[in-house]
Design a protein. Structure first.
Ligand code: HSE
Length: 392
């Protein structure tokens, strides 16, 4: 099968390398503004004009690894409508335009796959879809951001400070171009949207799901967790209970009995719960050129070999009752740190200790949304604040 790659950065070049190990895949064209250093020998494959790809009838499939939303949205939609299959690793695009992409695929009778968009090298979305063939899913949750996991693991392990650990994750190619989306939880939010929509035939959007990241975590928080036997992770949670869908992204702390507590470096651990299968977890590298690149090519091979899931992705129809988020029933006990015992804070506090003017607290069980709103307020008024759900 002749294919093209749009965007030859960390993931695109990883896909190119993985394709060398696959039978029957020829990369005919690469869309990028410049030839990536080290790839001068294939400079003749490079083009900066999307029409060179669209008008090439030999190209049956296009890999999109550009990142961002607006330009890939236009290019991917064009490719799908022109009947070219698309594999994309672009979570921003899939999260923002899921329905539109499915419609374009249906119009062009083309296949759309996006396994690498959540979980990096892990075949999470592929298996999520597969699990649904003979099961009813009730929950998805997990560590889905390699950068945050790398940072938190370094802080726990060696007392590294936040900035140094982030710089290292950037150097290793785990972080986004602008790492704000990693550390503020937006990247995890996008993977939560994609996983939720796929798991529950939903059509939820990013603005419906409360999300908080780890940018305000301190060495003192980590010290507190270490001395109490807890490990901090950034988590996505999504579940259906009594026909209602809840979803949120937040830091959580885990005791040593949980698998999550043992996830190191850039790894992800993503879990589904099904009425038949029970709890099923997927572990592996959630970011990086080679792991994510091979996941792209796995999807390409599946399309080439005609591997179908229960239905093409574009056959999905969102169910009305799972297209809005109802978090009211989700109550958690939280760890939180602040320096300002206002009435609002005192009311939710169950226990606390004060060290040098900093309050280390355990909350009463409170609704998820209440804690997220408090964190947002503290950020707006520029007061130090960090919270983490105590995962039972
Ligand atoms: N920045 C992302 C992460 C890349 O760290 O997980 C993979 O989606």
């Amino acid at each position: 099968m002749k294919i093209a790659i749009m965007g030859f950065g960390i993931v695109g070049s990883g896909a190119y390398e993985a394709a060398k190990l696959a039978d029957g895949i020829e990369i005919k064209k690469i869309l990028d503004l410049r030839v990536r250093p080290g790839y001068e020998d294939i400079a003749d494959k490079f083009t900066s004009d999307i029409n060179d790809i669209i008008s090439d009838e030999e190209i049956e499939l296009v890999v999109e690894t550009m990142g961002g939303v607006d330009v890939p949205r236009e290019y991917v939609t064009k490719c799908l409508k022109a009947g070219k299959h698309v594999v994309t690793s672009n979570k921003n695009l899939v999260s923002a335009c899921y329905q539109e992409l499915n419609e374009a695929a249906a119009e062009g009778n083309a296949k759309l796959r996006f396994t690498p968009a959540a979980g990096g090298g892990i075949p999470w979305l592929f298996n999520l879809r597969r699990a649904k063939r003979c099961d009813v899913l009730t929950e998805v949750r997990g560590i889905v951001n390699g950068t945050c996991n790398y940072i938190l693991d370094s802080m726990h392990k060696s007392g590294a400070n936040f900035e140094d650990a982030l710089a290292e994750a950037q150097k290793l190619g785990y972080a986004e171009k602008d790492p704000t989306s990693d550390i503020e939880g937006t990247d995890t939010l996008r993977k939560c949207v994609i996983s939720t929509n796929l798991a529950f035939d939903a059509n939820v959007t990013e603005d419906q799901i409360p999300a908080c990241g780890i940018s305000s975590i301190s060495a003192e928080d980590i010290q507190f967790f270490n001395s109490n036997g807890y490990t901090c992770k950034l988590m996505m949670y999504s579940k259906v209970m009594d026909g209602k869908l809840s979803a949120y992204v937040e830091p959580a702390i885990f005791g040593p009995q949980h698998l999550e507590a043992n996830v190191k470096a850039n790894n992800n651990l993503i879990t589904l719960v099904g009425e038949n299968v029970g709890t099923l977890s997927f572990f592996g590298q959630g970011a990086g050129s080679a792991p994510t690149g091979q996941s792209v090519i796995q999807d390409v091979i599946d399309i080439k070999d005609g591997v179908e899931m229960n239905a093409p992705f574009h056959d999905y129809f969102p169910a009305a009752e799972t297209s809005f988020i109802a978090n009211e029933s989700q109550l958690h006990t939280y760890y939180f740190r602040h320096d300002h015992p206002s009435r609002m804070i005192t009311e939710i506090t169950d226990k606390f200790a004060v060290v040098d003017g900093t309050y280390y607290c355990i909350s009463k069980p409170i609704p998820v949304v209440e804690m997220h709103e408090l964190a947002k307020h503290m950020k707006q008024v520029e007061r130090p604040f960090f919270f983490a759900h105590i995962h039972e």
